[in-house]
Design a protein around this ligand. Sequence first.
Ligand code: ADP
Ligand code: MG
Length: 471
Amino acid sequence: MAAGCSPPKLEDFILTERLGSGTYATVYKAYRKVNSREVVAIKCVSKKTLNKASVENLLTEIEILKTVRHPHIVQLKDFQWDNGNIYLIMEFCAGGDLSHFIRGRRMLPEHVARRFLQQLASALQYLHQRNISHLDLKPQNILLSSSTVPHLKLADFGFAQYMSPWDEKHVLRGSPLYMAPEMVCRQQYDARVDLWSVGVILYEALFGRPPFASKSFTVLEEKIRSNKAIELPPGARVSGDCRDLLLRLLERDPEQRMTFEEFFTHPFVDLNHMPSAESLEKATALVVEAVKKDQLGDFSSALSLYCKSLEYFVPALHYESDGRRKRAIRSKVAQYVSRAEELKALVAVSNRANFEQAKSARDLLKEMSCDKPRLLAALEIASAAVAKEEEGDDSMETLDLYQQSLGELLLMLAAEPQGRRRVILHTEIKNLMSRAEYLKEQLKMRESQNEAASMDQDPFSDSVKSNCSLQ
Ligand code: ADP
Ligand code: MG
């Protein structure tokens, strides 16, 4: 691969060690000769590996890639070419690649994998908006800016479309472990293969091996061609959101696979809450609102706003690298959390009265539903959820019960004819929805608190932040 590259000579650079070689090229560490002695990575692509389009087309593409600027994308600074090779002069990433990072830790805790995933998603969103696909996403093509403060940097994109995954002899290039089934099976494929690969990368980060890991190529091929749905490893312990995302990315049929828009807004990706320069601003704006509501005596709105602000404070803490400012944020957060706890107690008192009222409405509804066993059953589940909550059980299981009953009740409502029962059912659903919403906020708040606390014990999670600004 890229055999013509050893050791290339470039007028303006001193090439040193070989950093790695991938599917199409060899990459060297280099220094700029004139001023600054800037460190860069130079990638040598042999023109012989290009097959789909002419070299001119590729050079046009590279011009476009030079305009790409994103904190989580390896920057292409310049390029040159000679008879045999094209040389891409890139930002140097000192932290190695993601495959090395995962192997060194065997597998990553969910919150660490999630931070990386958010960084990857933000890079893909940027490229998607510019109609650029990667087509060769895998941990080897995801680099880390440094080993002490590892930000993820997406590399090796924008070229894959010029280099078909199949060479002239119909031999597959690259790793089928990360390729979407439609790509390997040589049918038509498009940008959606990137979503499949993201699923594989997340799977590997969490469980230490990709979903199609196999002892032999024959077995691997069988797994790729099979139409069995992807399953998580037995005993996998991941959150519901994480599991949902994995299974919807790892959907064999690209028509059934989640879309890019669904990916960017999925609760596990949640680009909105990604650590960024704006996190603290958003958190503070919400607190200001919370304080206003609090002063007006609207405790339940105040509580909800405090909870929402925490969802930005935790990423703000991740983002902040200055120790003093970090401590200042922490102490404010502690203050808001304790006010939120007080508000929770106040809200609980007024909830109790509502519970009573809602209960008699629900009993009435049950009486009116004797002829509808399915409706009755859904109402029983709702009662069970409320009972659990009244006992102080504000766990995920209680929320699941709420959601289960709501799913059913909404179906029933759609089929319910006009009349008194419909009116009562409608009110009941609204009630249950706000209960579920409240519970969800409480759960999220606890999650934020836990995450803030775990950042104290786990210096690593703290360092997976993104504090690069757009240049
Ligand atoms: P290929 O197109 O051949 O797959 P890549 O761009 O993926 O080439 O680079 C191959 C390997 O070289 C990567 O897996 C990584 O280890 C190393 N590498 C690539 N770019 C850089 C960089 N900017 N900084 C440091 N190492 C790099
Ligand atoms: Mg590569």
